[in-house]
Ligand binder design. Structure first.
Ligand SMILES: C[S@@+](CC[C@H](N)C(=O)[O-])C[C@H]1O[C@@H](n2cnc3c(N)ncnc32)[C@H](O)[C@@H]1O
Length: 342
């Protein structure tokens, strides 16, 4: 048995969780905690939108502490901590919140919780370091341009994995700062990328390929390309139908002074990229690719784009779905909406 704490954005968490195919899933009333009987532990440790997960301890606690290398624990309850410390000759205990992501606890401590008569141990914490490296340590980034958050990109990959398990090639046709590239390479996929211009992607890629976490034997290929146009040379795809993970055009930034009319015009620009691109994707490969991508969602304004995407996608034979929940940061006036075409 397992239980896990979900990150905010519950719908995104639940969608991503489909990848691990949890058996007998129960969701808490506040939708922050999920309990399930079985799941692939390797895959569980690949999830982006879980904070951490626990597994029930099904052997004697004294055996557990005899074998455990880390002899300090975290417990949810102080009295219990005092009792455990005495009983098992532990050096220390610490009391932290169920939702904590404290690095010291992660790296050095055993984290346990007692619920009813059962003890549970945390076996995995979210890989925040990876997201920090990709979001903040890559050498080439610009606040003038939207950069897709690494954690969200990772979730999009997992959403795809729950749909199409055969592909090994990820393609981002609007690559900009190469966020998809970092994640694709870290998780052992071949990666192909294009954009109207490749300056940032090229530089970030050069930095990453020497980074300790890169997987150098995975394929990288790139080319300059307008996503609304035909491909000059399809051989770059090696007869494969790639998975499309991307965030296309979100520009420009919406300010307090932006009018309804301006937002409509921005949406027309965005539409003029997304619609012809979706039509192209439906026809250029041997079969239709699975596409998981984000579109801009204008808070407080009428949104026209999703409806137009549905029309176009269905016209060219894609099955359309989207998450109702928006991905948004506090100060943003444009949220992201996740679209899935298959
Ligand atoms: C919001 S950025 C993408 C962010 C990127 N996913 C990242 O994480 O950094 C949009 C990108 O779309 C590219 N773009 C806009 N129109 C395009 C088109 N017609 N064909 C190809 N790329 C285009 C821009 O050059 C820009 O790099």
């Amino acid at each position: 048995m397992y239980f896990a704490v979900l990150w905010k954005n519950k719908e995104l968490s639940m969608k991503e969780l489909e990848y691990v195919n949890p058996k007998n899933l129960h969701v808490s009333a506040n939708q922050q905690i999920v309990l399930f009987d079985e799941a692939d532990e390797g895959k569980l440790s690949d999830l982006a939108w879980l904070v951490k997960w626990w597994k029930v301890i099904d052997w004697e606690l004294s055996d557990f502490f005899a074998k455990a290398e880390k002899r300090i624990l975290w417990v949810s309850d102080k009295q219990l901590g005092i009792k455990m410390k005495k009983q098992f000759w532990l050096k220390r205990f610490k009391q932290v919140d169920l939702f904590h992501t404290d690095l010291e606890v992660k790296n050095k401590w055993i984290e346990l919780i007692k619920i009813g008569s059962k003890w549970w141990e945390v076996l995995w914490y979210q890989n925040i370091k990876l997201y920090e490296v990709v979001d903040f340590e890559k050498p080439w980034r610009s606040m003038q341009m939207w950069m897709m958050p690494a954690k969200l990109t990772h979730t999009l990959i997992n959403i795809w994995l729950s749909i199409d398990k055969e592909q090994t090639l990820i393609y981002d046709p609007f690559v900009w700062s190469w966020t998809t590239g970092f994640l694709a390479n870290y998780f052992w996929y071949d990666f192909l990328w294009s954009d109207l211009k490749l300056t940032f992607a090229d530089k970030n890629y050069s930095w990453w390929k020497d980074w300790k976490w890169s997987t150098p034997d995975k394929e990288f290929k790139f080319f300059v390309h307008d996503a609304t146009k035909d491909y000059e040379d399809m051989s770059i795809f090696n007869s494969k139908t790639p998975l499309i993970i991307t965030e296309g055009w979100l520009w420009p930034i919406i300010k307090a002074s932006t009018t309804d009319e301006q937002v409509k015009e921005y949406q027309r620009w965005v539409k003029n990229v997304y619609l012809p691109w979706i039509e192209k994707m439906a026809t250029v490969f041997e079969r239709k690719p699975v596409m998981v991508f984000t579109i801009p969602w204008y808070i407080w304004y009428e949104n026209l784009l999703e409806h137009q995407i549905i029309e176009t996608a269905e016209k060219v034979g894609f099955e359309f779905s989207s998450l109702q929940e928006m991905y948004k940061r506090e100060q943003h006036k444009v949220a992201r909406k996740v679209i899935i075409l298959k």
